[in-house]
Design a binder for this molecule. Structure first.
Ligand code: ADP
Ligand code: MG
Length: 401
């Protein structure tokens, strides 16, 4: 569910105020409550509009601006206050923080820094409903083996999410060498991940949005680069900035990861709200689940976001049972998606999403339900792990199954 963050801004300088307004107006889930050019009037405006967040540029008259921050903070101690200044010296930062600012941004403001600051302040200014006011949720889909169904699930979750009227969804194909999300949606996009990472310093929110190609389902696609030799040109830091802008432009980002767990994949995992670790119920896959869970432990904050999703479950006895799989990987299975090779390969070969091709099929219903659960269930935190991490895994025990 998307929740709007109401913001009022104060900056006597018209140029920087207009720049800030332009950024904020382009963001999803942001409502610009008021913009004010005079420090002496802003206190009253804040009282009238009671925004979730007040942004104050202190450069025009530092003393008055700091006093203003202090008085707003005193009256509304829960309101998030962001101070902006071209000065980056410690004493001013300290004064602003002591006055009550939660964040301090250097001007000219960089959009990704603004997004990060808004996110941090928004998480602290929870509205008491338990709903997050943060920017777009990132759902990454990571496969534990080739052909496990990562792209099928990522594409169809994105289409499912896009069905909800107040959602705006972007799908990023991070399988840089062999990604085929564009084929699943029968699209020939104009720009790729390479274009946006290379031009990140020139992109604003509206240009970023325009660089993605919109599918009739409502999903905006950012595909992998065209040539293999272009992959090296994608820098992790630029990629992170791209993700920051996409989060500000869309309510949901679905990212189809590669199977190489390279620096871009790991950066995505760290930025994600939900990580769907896609597996099948066979021995090589389950062994990789254990390996990956163990390796990813070294990246802070990643493991608790992982949700194990089993793809292609079948009622027959040819697969390892879900219960046995849970014992083996020492985690609960979060979701199971049924096997339906006929439907999914028809979708794939014709570039049609499941909900257009077979809206009532069990596989479509399952993916819709999963998307719904993730959309309303953000940052639910740990809890998918079952107790007892010290259990020894014996692969051979499957042989006696
Ligand atoms: N739930 C499913 N039931 C049947 N076949 C599936 C299912 N999910 C994926 N597949 C098939 O598995 C193959 C690999 O799927 P794909 O999504 O391309 O995997 P990955 O992106 O992990 O390589 C495709 O042939 C696809 O049609
Ligand atoms: Mg794939």
């Amino acid at each position: 569910m998307s929740v709007t963050l109401r913001i009022s801004i104060c900056d006597p300088n018209e140029t920087s105020r207009d720049d800030l307004k332009k950024y904020l107006i382009g963001m999803e889930n942001i409502w610009l409550e008021a913009d004010c050019s005079r420090y002496e009037f802003f206190g009253e405006i804040v009282e009238q509009t009671t925004p979730d967040l007040a942004i104050i540029d202190v450069d025009s008259q530092e003393k008055s601006a700091l006093k203003l921050i202090e008085s707003i903070h005193r009256k509304f101690p829960k309101m998030g206050i962001v101070a902006i200044s071209s000065r980056s010296d410690g004493s001013l930062i300290l004064s602003a923080m002591r006055a009550g600012a939660r964040e301090y941004l250097n001007s000219p403001v960089q959009i990704e820094e603004l997004v990060g600051a808004l996110d941090r302040v928004a998480s602290l200014s929870a509205d008491g409903t338990g709903r997050s006011k943060k920017s777009g949720a990132i759902i990454s889909v990571a496969g534990v083996s080739g052909g496990v169904g990562t792209t099928s699930v990522a594409v169809n979750i994105a289409c499912s999410l896009a069905k909800v009227p107040d959602h705006s969804v972007a799908l990023v194909d991070l399988d840089l060498s062999l990604g085929d999300a564009d084929v699943f949606l029968d699209m020939i996009p104009e720009y790729t991940l390479l274009d946006v990472t290379q031009n990140i310093s020139r992109l604003d929110l509206s240009l970023m949005r325009k660089s993605l190609t919109k599918h009739e389902s409502g999903v905006h696609l950012l595909p992998r680069p065209i040539q293999l030799q272009d992959i090296q040109a994608i820098e992790t830091e630029d990629f992170k900035k791209v993700i920051g802008l996409l989060r500000a432009s869309f309510t949901h980002l679905v990212i189809d990861l590669s199977k190489s767990y390279n620096p871009l994949d790991i950066a995505t995992l760290q930025l994600s709200d939900h990580i769907l670790m896609l597996t099948q119920l066979d021995l090589p896959c389950l062994r990789n689940v254990v390996r990956l869970l163990s390796s990813l432990e070294s990246f802070e904050g990643v493991n608790e976001k992982i949700k194990i999703v089993v793809n292609r479950t079948a009622p027959d006895k040819s697969q390892i049972s879900a219960q046995k799989a849970e014992e083996t990987i020492d985690r609960e299975i979060f979701w199971q998606i049924p096997n339906n090779y006929r439907v999914i390969s028809e979708c794939r070969n014709n570039g049609i999403p499941l909900q257009t091709h077979s809206p009532k099929a069990a596989i479509t219903v399952s993916i819709n339900e999963l998307a719904r659960k993730l959309a309303g269930d953000r940052n639910e935190g740990p809890g998918s792990a079952t107790a007892g991490n010290d259990k020894k895994i014996g692969w051979l025990k499957f042989l006696s199954k």
